[in-house]
Design a protein around this ligand. Structure first.
Ligand SMILES: C[S@@+](CC[C@H](N)C(=O)[O-])C[C@H]1O[C@@H](n2cnc3c(N)ncnc32)[C@H](O)[C@@H]1O
Length: 538
């Protein structure tokens, strides 16, 4: 059994977006909404026994943000998304800026560290975490998270507010349990005791880095132990805030100069001609130079590598088949000089509205949005994974009638930025790791294959299709492409790679030109992404 000494949890510094209600699954969104990049840290430590100021409304200091965080933990455990639950709670119980930041940090931090906190509860309590009454379990998580992760919340405040919440929140009888367990943690900590980790390497990794057990086990089959650890550590770090400059509205150099003149730390991203990263605090992003004029959008550095893989040319007709919220559609249009036609298709009409807002702000006119299902665009029966038999020169579906047949004539290039498990973006979404499991992967792999099979016939002879995901699961990535190519032997793999959070770029199952994309670029940071560029028979 290995002991895990106490240490502040990596990445415990407060972050609002992108963990907040950005709703972009792959680190893309050019219309950020809440927007304070770095929320202030929780209240600076106060010496125990110092006078306790009162909040307006008569509550003890610090109770309101913790109450909000506790509600969010309960809502997420019941199935809500963390960002939506937090927004709803903050509407119900409005908080000032500093308390809002504290509520955000505590909610997201405790959700992210659920596995680690459960391991502590198992060690400290008489009843295992999974068998605690849920309300109590999440309150104990909240208290323990503060003791473990926050170097600014004094221990006395963490304990007393947790006990007070128990009394006011329907757990009065259990308030002594809350007090006893948190104090027992403090005693262990003072005595130098740490968490006793499982002897099983995968379970120990899961406990240490707060991952679901299945994911820790899978990681150790995909990667060497040090790389698996680095991946897990990266999942608990605050993500970068990367922008993509819109070259049709000014140069990156000018944008960098304007941002710096406004006091914003901004650096160019090596290997990405339009990429830049913001450092430090940048406040409300909409107030930054160039936002209103559409000179930039938010897009993670890994996501910025996808549209160029299509090598889009001005005047071409391109289908972005899973387009919302539009990060890559707008990138394609920019690369084409806004000349040609980009059809931004998505199954979700609501999400497509965000594409509309984004392209309007960026001043792009060559994109048209379409609601539709990429698995059977032309009303064909849904293709099955066993569907095969394309021949060289196979042409897109034949003529039809009306607006339903907008796909007729085919496309020079197709992007399939597929719905996926999002395992490459765990740093951005506090609750994402608890939402995905092996069964969800099965469903996703089926949908991804159906998308490929349904869209491939729409590609013109010799055209290029790029398949991309923001996950690291081989079944959704390299294995899926290998199965597609086995069923379509006349298609050619031009290039493929996998980016892993926490490590430099690594090529995977590369084709003839099999270069990893980041050579010469910035190998640090960035979401996990997979991409494969395929060529249809000519
Ligand atoms: C990874 S997100 C796309 C991100 C987008 N490409 C970007 O860069 O901003 C996947 C999208 O696929 C859409 N989607 C899921 N199933 C689909 C289907 N059968 N047909 C079309 N779109 C689908 C989802 O609504 C979601 O917006």
């Amino acid at each position: 059994m290995a002991a895990c000494p106490w240490r502040p949890i990596a990445g415990s510094r407060p972050i609002s977006p992108p963990d907040g209600p950005w709703g972009a699954s792959c680190g893309d969104d050019s219309l950020p909404e809440p927007l304070s990049r770095s929320a202030p840290r929780p209240n600076p430590a106060k010496a125990p026994g110092s006078p306790q100021p009162r909040e307006s409304g008569g509550g003890a200091i610090g109770l309101a943000p913790r109450q909000v965080a506790w509600q969010v933990l309960q809502a997420v455990a019941a199935g809500a998304y963390a960002d939506g639950a937090l927004e709803r709670e903050l509407q119900r119980q409005p908080l000032t800026g500093q308390d809002r930041a504290l509520a955000t940090e505590l909610a997201y931090g405790a959700i992210r560290q659920r596995r680690l906190l459960d391991a502590w509860l198992d060690q400290l309590g008489k009843v295992p975490a999974e068998r605690q009454p849920p309300k109590l379990r999440w309150l104990l998580h909240l208290g323990l998270y503060q003791l473990l992760a926050s170097d600014r919340v004094p221990a006395s405040a963490a304990v007393s507010t947790s006990v007070e919440l128990a009394k006011r929140g329907g757990l009065a009888r259990l308030a002594p349990v809350v007090n006893g367990l948190l104090r027992s943690f403090l005693r262990q900590q003072e005595a130098g005791g740490g968490l006793v980790l499982s002897a099983d390497p995968a379970l120990a990794l899961a406990q240490r880095q707060s991952l679901p057990d299945w994911l820790a086990q899978a990681l150790l089959t995909w990667l060497q132990a040090p790389q698996a650890e680095a991946f897990a550590v990266a999942c608990n770090q605050p993500p970068n805030l990367d922008l993509r400059c819109n070259p049709l509205r000014g140069s990156r150099d000018q944008l960098l100069a304007d941002l710096r003149a406004a006091g914003v730390a901004a650096e160019p991203l090596a290997g990405l001609p339009q990429g830049l990263v913001l450092g430090g605090r940048s406040g409300d992003l909409r107030q930054l130079p160039g936002y209103t004029e559409g000179r930039w959008c938010v897009q993670d550095r890994s996501a910025q590598r996808i549209a160029p893989l299509l090598d889009p040319q001005p005047g071409e007709r391109i289908l972005d088949a899973c387009a919302a919220p539009g990060g890559k559609s707008t990138h394609l249009a920019e690369l084409m000089g806004d000349r040609g036609e980009v059809v931004a298709l998505d199954r979700s009409a609501a999400r497509l509205q965000r594409v509309g807002r984004n392209l309007e702000r960026l001043g792009l006119t060559c994109i048209q949005t379409r609601v539709g299902d990429g698995t059977h665009l032309a009303g064909r029966p849904e293709p099955t994974p066993s569907q095969a038999g394309d021949e060289p020169g196979a042409s897109p579906p034949g003529p039809g009638a009306g607006d339903d047949d907008w796909w007729q004539g085919g496309f020079d290039r197709i992007l399939v930025d597929a719905p996926c498990s999002g395992l490459g973006t765990l740093a951005r979404h506090a609750d994402a790791r608890w939402r995905v499991g092996p069964a969800a992967i099965d469903d996703l792999v089926l949908l991804q294959r159906q998308l490929l099979e349904g869209l491939a016939p729409l590609l013109r002879p010799g055209g290029r299709l790029v398949y991309a995901t923001c996950t690291v699961h081989p079944r959704e990535n390299g294995e899926l492409i290998a199965a597609f190519l086995a069923a379509h032997p006349h298609w050619r793999l031009l290039e493929s790679w996998q980016l892993w959070p926490g490590q430099g770029p690594a090529g995977e199952a590369a084709g003839p030109q099999g270069q990893a994309p980041g050579a010469g670029g910035d190998p640090t940071g960035g979401d996990g992404f997979f991409a494969a560029a395929l060529q249809a028979p000519g």
